[in-house]
Design a protein around this ligand. Structure first.
Ligand SMILES: Cc1cc2nc3c(=O)[nH]c(=O)nc-3n(C[C@H](O)[C@H](O)[C@H](O)COP(=O)(O)O)c2cc1C
Length: 199
């Protein structure tokens, strides 16, 4: 168990450093993208520490505007803290069944301030890192679900997060106890146009 932040940092820095990445056991990215589903039922089985660290490391490796990496994550496994977090979620008692909840935090002040001349990059950067996390989870046989229906001030209060740091999403993580079917997506022809914008 890597109890402290410093121990986890040392462990993570060793992952992939000077080590040949072995692809034979790693699921193809497209396969992971296609098989990922939002999982809302979990086995009450803890996640092995090395697996958790690999999934978190995938979030760390995400790109961000100007490489500012304006993200922080609080990993919650303590049942009392999880209970407080679930109370910060709107109508989602099932989140408590997940062995791990991850709270993704955007540091708006240490992000690229003006994407396109108007937008702070932090929520975009954090969303990309979370997407990396969801795909790494699939490749480990784990399930995730984004949780956007939360009260930010309640999450900040439960975890002692200062008001200036914004919560982008909560995410559940654990071994799936369900295999959700495919969810629909728009057809490519509805969302892609070529050479000029078409409505
Ligand atoms: C930003 C974001 C917020 C979401 N918030 C919730 C949520 O609060 N509760 C929930 O059950 N699912 C939530 N979801 C999951 C979506 O409902 C789900 O991704 C979508 O229906 C497509 O299903 P799939 O993930 O299984 O492909 C969220 C997803 C995203 C990307």
């Amino acid at each position: 168990m890597l109890a402290s932040r410093a121990a986890a940092r040392a462990h993570t820095n060793n992952l992939y450093m000077g080590e040949q990445i072995q692809f034979r056991d790693i699921m193809e990215v497209l396969e992971a993208i296609k098989s990922r589903r939002s999982v809302r039922k979990y086995k009450s089985v803890p996640i092995p520490e090395d697996m958790l660290q690999r999934v978190l490391n995938a979030a760390r490796l995400a790109p961000s505007a100007a490489n500012m990496q304006p993200w922080e994550f609080v990993v919650v496994m303590d049942e009392d803290v999880k209970k407080r977090l679930s109370q910060a979620c709107v109508n989602m008692p099932w989140v408590l069944r997940a062995p791990v909840m991850i709270v993704a935090i955007a540091d708006m002040d240490s992000a690229f301030a003006m994407i396109g001349g108007y937008m702070n990059s932090a929520p975009v950067d954090v969303a990309i890192s979370l997407d990396h996390l969801t795909l790494a989870a699939v490749s480990e046989g784990l399930g995730t679900c984004w949780i956007g229906a939360f009260r930010e001030e309640k999450v900040q209060e439960a975890l002692g997060i200062p008001a200036g740091k914004r919560i982008v999403s909560l995410m559940t993580l654990g071994y799936p106890e369900e295999t959700p079917g495919p969810t629909g997506r728009k057809h490519l022809s509805e969302i892609v146009s070529y050479d000029k914008y078409e409505d």
